[in-house]
Design a protein around this ligand. Sequence first.
Ligand code: 26Q
Length: 799
Amino acid sequence: MRITKEQFKTDFRQRVQEKFTNEVEEASNGELFASLGAVIQAYYSDEWKETRKATRDDKCKQAYYFSIEFLPGRMLKSNLLNMGLLDIVRDSLKELDIDLEELCKIEKDMALGNGGLGRLASCFMDSIASSSLPGNGNGIRYDYGLFKQKFVDGNQVELPDEWLREGNVWEVRKASKAVNVNYGGHVYLKEDEAGRLKPVYENQQVLRAVPYDTGMVGFQNDMVNTLRLWSAEIPDFEESNYRSIEERRDFRDLTSVLYPDDSNYEGRLMRLVQEYFFVSAGIQSIIRSHKKSGLAMKDLAEYIAIHINDTHPALCVPELMRLLIDEENLSWEKAWDITVKTMSYTNHTIMAEALEKWPVFMLQEVVPRIFQIIEEIDRRFVAEMTSLVDQEVIERTRIIKDNQVHMAHLAIIGSHSTNGVAKLHSDLLKGIVLHDFYVLYPERFNNKTNGIAQRRWLQLANEPLAGFLDQTIGTSWRKEANDLHLLMNYKNDSTVLQTLADTKRLNKVRLAQYILETTGIEVSPDAIFDVQIKRLHAYKRQLLNLLHILKLYFDLKADPNADIYPRVFIFGAKAAPSYTYAKYVIKCINEAADLINHDEEIQGKLKIVFLENYNVSLAEMIIPAADVSEQISLASKEASGTSNMKLMLNGAVTIATLDGANIEIRDVVGDENIVIFGLTEEEVYHYYETQNYQAIKIYETDSELQRILNAFIDGTIPNIQVEGQEIFDSLIRYNDEYFTLRDYHSYVEAQEKIERLYRDKKRWQQISLINTAEAGHFSSDYTVRRYAEEIWQIEPVKG
Ligand code: 26Q
């Protein structure tokens, strides 16, 4: 987009005047932000319209990414960058005496997701548009995003995230594209004039689904795709169908909150209603526009790919079947063929407690016709397989069993592609978790290792580094992430290494400032910044991190002059509100922080900083300042991880188990440029088989661990009577489900290695450089291109 500074200033002034009847000089930051957003939106509106037109006119095949979560964070700067307007707007605003950075802070994070899965969806939306691919998002416009986290006496407290209070400059309400979604009631089948069985509905409830569209601006390619988020409303004419006030409120509130569970499934009725809501609305709208283009329904799979992001949108399968059969009069066989060809599915977890299963009675109650269709899919699957495989295999793979509907089974059977999100994860799916399905449909299984949008995680988040890269290796890396590899030519160049270290220090100073302002804790930018940022979950083992910190603390207490390199341990993590154990870990870290940060005897050599309300914007500040990246999940448990990639890109050195994408990071940087520790996935599975892990034995025989674990129950860490005991019990009485104690010594050794490497400044700088140089490998641009070629069969839009 080509706009001059003069043009921009004129447009901006005019917008402030129109919107707020105000002069730029008199306007508040809030008014300036809203005006700026509106100007930027207007600037890309033409490309947005043209993108839609081009995909329609060329009749290109399009992908629709169905996800119950999207986590874009703030969008102002990202839009400016992608439109090529960042510098022009920044400079123009400066001439008006306005600081762009200050305006950016006004924008509320769009936090319609929990963590990795939602953020991945947003990195994909950026990369799809930036690769000129025709791909749109489909999800829910929650009135409240993920809760805001505060600490009160070290405990997590959740507050509502009213992100829409001041309006949302990026969205466009499209009332004319609203559709109805039907729920409940009774259904029976009756023959129509043509002799086809058609459903007859009684006492259904109707919800209006209203779409809000947001432009997904591609990186300097004039492409703007659409993220369509649905909001629930009660249609006027149907009001009488809602019997009670409560019921009406329930339904209207359907899209008000995002369920805050991460990697843990809870069978709440409203969640199921949400899932059907955005699935049905999304598929109806796809079919509507397919028909509008004058294309035949039987050819749907040639024009449309629908992606099911985890099982949350798995009802896409029966919903598309329903529309094709009941509304479009296709035969079951034809509809099934189209559905399987259209759908693809990504699995994001192997943890049993995260696998979605819905009780039959709930589906019958909420979506009776959909349940009938699922029953029929299940019946046909069983019939088809009976001649091919053993009865036990069928019993394990069928969709409905023990009065539950297994959503992963539905997604696999109803699609042509199932992928995991890192090599190890995909291998575990094929070899163990979904092995039966792999035997039935080997050709459906594939791997797509996750990736990250290097525009947000380097170009925007780390401008000092980005600017230095431009000077050193040119600017091609901004479009072609693999060109970061050019940095390898400088791995022995001490000036380059030193300048890289200087940019890191700059980012650390900025973070130190933020830490001081928000927590009152003073940290030195010369200390090692050791970072663990991700949702709080037992399998991610924030607790292991804490055990190591306590070890260092006791070492220093024993000898205050012990030669320990100063470290700042930085945490960011939200716990699901109902996940008591995770909340106990937060409390313990906070109390340990209080103890250690205020202990003068250790001369400030150790600091613990648990930053409140970890979100995308905070990540953008922490990641560029990180020296050490903690990726310490129990091997086999983290499907991929993506903070590992973001931290690596920003030059942090990874300390990791051989889990998820950590393995692929090791493969690209080499063993000498990452610090690996802990059990391997095979060893973990071996313990499962032999069942001979005894945590208590370790405790009884290991005086170092004894001292550390006792700190949880003997008052050493104050104010954790209940929490400390629970954590102690989880390790000793309940046998340490995630092998924290088993991996402890290996972790401590790895941390000692980190410290040795850090002391060797040149070596550390070199490892850091290599990590940045090799991180192009994990650009989500490449990931989405592989989805496009191998799964969706879509091609870049010409233009
Ligand atoms: C399901 C049912 C009811 C309520 C909530 C949920 C639910 C919500 C979110 C279940 C799971 C999630 C999120 C899962 C998730 O974020 N998984 C992560 O996905 C990343 C992207 O692939 C991976 O990198 C991480 O390893 C994986 O943990």
